[in-house]
Design a binder for this molecule. Structure first.
Ligand SMILES: Cc1cc2nc3c(=O)[nH]c(=O)nc-3n(C[C@H](O)[C@H](O)[C@H](O)COP(=O)(O)OP(=O)(O)OC[C@H]3O[C@@H](n4cnc5c(N)ncnc54)[C@H](O)[C@@H]3O)c2cc1C
Length: 446
């Protein structure tokens, strides 16, 4: 019987396994060095914050795997020998495969800072990071201050986590404003304010120089590059982005760049070896999307795709329009299509911000054709189906504004803000767009 081995028990590896089982009788083994069972990485923060127990982050009961004949092997794969189709483990074990799926995810970036491996320094990615956080930052008596290095989605989550236990946080952000390589100025400024309003000591335009240890080899302070200031702390969180976790295959002959290089079918350069999820890098960007996308739903889609290819017929990975969502402390964020940090030559932008400074929308469109390109929405929940349809149908900005009532989830929002938004657009653009009443059923029954 053909043996499919999957390295990685994250969302992409587990989705592949589940779908291979649905589609075939093949022997399946999932390998992971991290945990016995699959858990939701995105929920890790809520465990620390006391909203749930770690067990609650596991979507499947422990009997699920045996019942579905999915073998689980705990262990770290040290090398892959492609000729003999063998995995070599750190503890000396070996495992033969007929087909291999590499789904090894990401690892936090480290930039060679002196002290980056001290006790009390951690990323916020793996279950072990959570365990370390419990050990070194259980409360504000043990951890009098934490310093977080790197201002992206994971950095702000870590700040919120520590803040929930009343641990003072200094947040070092290299850029001049929070995540401004991704967010336009207005949104980025809004999040700066949100961070500061929560009592977090946000330092913009600042780099870490080194981390100093006490006599026990534990974090004592962080030194800033620009000013030489020494910040006393007991924990340093390294959240300066992630990169594909693929060092172990560097000598295997499997082609890599930043990630494992794959074609549209998620195949590597070696027959019978595939890569999916955060660790996969497309040869060319599809649909203006990035070659590596470290987000949950793309891992799931790739898992389903590769299962089809292995069990039924070879199909391409075809992601639809880009979307993403996150939460910046209390402000929910969604993005559909593209609203880049800086606008491009052919683009026009429309920005509306509520007077409370905690809600905004930012629409991007083609200034010549008026085609809608994308929207950022902060503090307002929008409907994915709506924008997916709008982008597929290549609708205009005018159409989007007319149908704003169909776009958002919140009826209160409609009453309160939509007329104001459309009026602002009309005034700035000398247009006469009229809001249409909610027509959700009409739009989505067609
Ligand atoms: C704190 C945090 C919050 C996030 N929030 C969001 C969010 O809100 N929305 C969103 O879309 N995405 C979010 N993400 C990103 C999302 O979690 C990832 O994109 C997704 O988990 C990647 O899944 P994956 O299956 O590709 O890899 P992973 O989940 O990283 O799983 C890979 C597994 O492979 C194991 N492994 C690696 N190398 C080896 C080896 N050599 N031997 C054995 N095992 C190995 C790893 O230990 C790991 O268990 C978040 C990530 C983090 C860390």
């Amino acid at each position: 019987m053909e043996h499919i081995v999957i390295i990685g028990n994250g969302i992409s590896g587990v989705t592949a396994a589940r779908h291979i089982r649905k589609l075939s009788d093949k022997k399946i083994t999932i390998v992971s060095a991290e945990t016995d069972y699959f858990f939701s990485r995105t929920a890790l923060m809520y465990v620390y914050m006391g909203h749930m127990k770690f067990e609650h982050t596991q979507p499947y009961e422990n009997w699920f795997w045996e019942k579905n004949r999915i073998e689980l092997k705990k262990g770290y794969v040290k090398t892959v020998e492609t000729k003999s189709k063998t995995l070599y483990f750190a503890n000396g074990d070996t495992l033969r495969f007929d087909k291999l799926i590499i789904a090894t995810g990401s690892k936090p970036n480290k930039f060679g800072w002196p002290g980056q491996d001290l006790k009390g320094v951690m990323g916020m990615y793996h279950k072990q990071d959570l365990d370390n956080l419990e050990k070194y930052a259980p409360n504000n008596k043990v951890c009098k201050r934490a310093v977080i290095v790197g201002g992206g989605l994971i950095g702000i989550e870590l700040a919120e986590m520590l803040h929930s236990r009343h641990i003072p946080v200094t947040f070092l952000v290299r850029e001049s404003s929070f995540w401004n390589g991704v967010l336009p100025e207005g949104e980025s400024a809004m999040i700066n304010r949100e961070i500061l309003n929560n009592g977090i000591d946000l330092r913009l335009g600042v780099n870490l120089k080194e981390i100093k240890a006490d006599e026990n080899g534990q974090v004592k302070s962080a030194i800033l590059e620009e000013t030489g200031e020494e910040i006393e702390c007991n924990v340093v969180g390294l959240t300066a982005g992630v990169s594909p976790n693929i060092d172990f295959i560097k000598e295997s002959g499997i082609e890599t760049n930043r990630g494992v290089k794959v074609n549209r079918f998620l195949e590597t350069n070696i027959p019978d070896i595939y890569a999916i999820g955060d660790c996969a890098e497309q040869h060319e960007a599809i649909n203006q999307r990035r070659p590596i996308e470290a987000v949950w739903y793309t891992g799931r889609m790739m898992g389903e795709t590769v299962a089809q290819t292995i069990c039924v017929n070879r199909i391409e990975y075809k992601p639809s329009h880009w979307y993403n969502s996150a939460k910046f402390i209390d402000i929910e964020y969604q993005t559909y299509g593209w609203v880049w940090a800086q606008s491009k030559e052919n683009e026009a932008r429309f920005y509306w911000e509520h007077e409370d400074g905690k809600k905004c929308i930012h629409i991007n469109y083609d200034k010549n054709t008026r085609k809608f390109i994308g929207i950022n929405s902060f503090g307002i929940r929008m409907r994915h189906e709506f924008f997916d349809k709008i982008l597929t149908e290549k609708r205009s900005v005018d159409y989007v504004l007319e149908h704003l009532a169909d776009a958002n989830f919140d009826p209160e929002f409609y009453k309160l803000h939509e007329p104001e938004i459309v009026a602002k657009f009309n005034k700035e653009n000398n247009t006469n767009i009229q809001l249409k009443k909610k027509s959700w059923k009409r739009i989505f029954s067609t």
